[in-house]
Design a protein around this ligand. Structure first.
Ligand SMILES: [Zn+2]
Length: 284
């Protein structure tokens, strides 16, 4: 009989046969504990934002002109009854949109027309509460959002299509590919990305674009996260920098801005969770 470090080969073979089963059992036990919430793995996602501190004092921001670009609207965050969207008509059309998006949507549409010799069309833009109620009653809860919980009621969301390519066929068109891959440059995000239904409440909708403005659209897209996850990255009252922007999420009743930022372009938008996003573009 041959011995390996005092162990018989039969015993060693037995251990070898058992080894995969031991691994399986350990994995099942670890997974069970993870599912039960008894152990957690550290989130791999590193924040793309860099925290910044200012030396000069904070000054209350007065005469604020609010934008509505950062509103979060989903089943957990319905729009308040008194919500009044800032709606204008897009260029010379009868297409109603939030005033925050017309300029950037126009730039994207112009690009498609001038550089791609194609067209981008809008099938649905702003919907009133009553419009959403009608859509909900017609299409049902599988497809349409509960009235009050649709982004279309803000005028910040657009359902877009290309000629012969609407809905789930939109990505099959050149225009669709362009919009999906480049809308973030124009301030838009694909609001309901693939595999994020647990977070957004919606399955993949490549045709539903949502305006959040720069640099938010760039960060959300680069990181491959949802608007819900993006908003959660911000610790209330802290200031962050991203390229030539400075961003903070502040309490609605405490809008104080670092003195040195006053000379730049400041956009203030409530986020419909009780806080306000302040976005400052640092320009030369
Ligand atoms: Zn939509």
């Amino acid at each position: 009989m041959c011995y390996i470090s005092g162990m018989s080969t039969t015993k060693f073979k037995k251990i070898l046969t058992c080894f995969p089963w031991i691994i399986v059992m350990i994995s099942v036990a670890v997974l069970g504990l993870y599912e039960a919430g008894l152990i957690t793995f550290e989130k791999k996602h590193k924040s793309p934002l860099t925290e910044v501190e200012f030396i000069l004092p904070l000054i209350p921001l007065e005469d604020v002109t609010y934008s509505q670009n950062m509103l979060l609207v989903n089943n957990e965050h319905p729009l308040p009854e008194e919500f009044s969207p800032d709606i204008v008509f897009y260029r010379d059309t009868d297409v109603p949109m939030n005033s925050a998006i017309v300029e950037d949507y126009g730039r994207m549409s112009d690009y498609v027309r001038e550089d791609m010799n194609d067209h981008l069309y809008v099938s649905s833009s702003y919907r009133s509460f009553e419009d959403q109620e009608r859509v909900y009653n017609e299409e049902g809860p599988e497809v349409a959002a509960v009235p009050g919980c649709s982004e279309h009621q803000t005028g910040l969301a657009l359902d877009v299509y290309a000629m012969y390519f609407a809905g789930s066929a939109f990505p099959d068109s050149a225009v669709g590919q362009f919009v999906i891959n480049n809308c973030s440059q124009f301030g838009f995000i694909i609001r309901y990305p693939e595999g994020a239904q647990d977070i957004t409440g919606f399955s993949y909708e490549p045709w539903h674009i949502r305006y959040v403005g720069l640099p938010h659209s760039l960060i959300i897209t680069e990181e491959g996260i949802t608007l819900e996850e993006y908003i959660d990255l911000f610790e209330i009252g802290r200031w962050y920098s991203y390229e030539d922007y400075v961003i903070a999420r502040l309490p609605e009743d405490d809008l104080r801005i670092p003195t040195e930022l006053f000379e730049y372009e400041i956009t203030v938008s409530p986020d419909n969770t009780g806080y306000v996003f302040v976005t400052v573009h640092i320009t030369e």
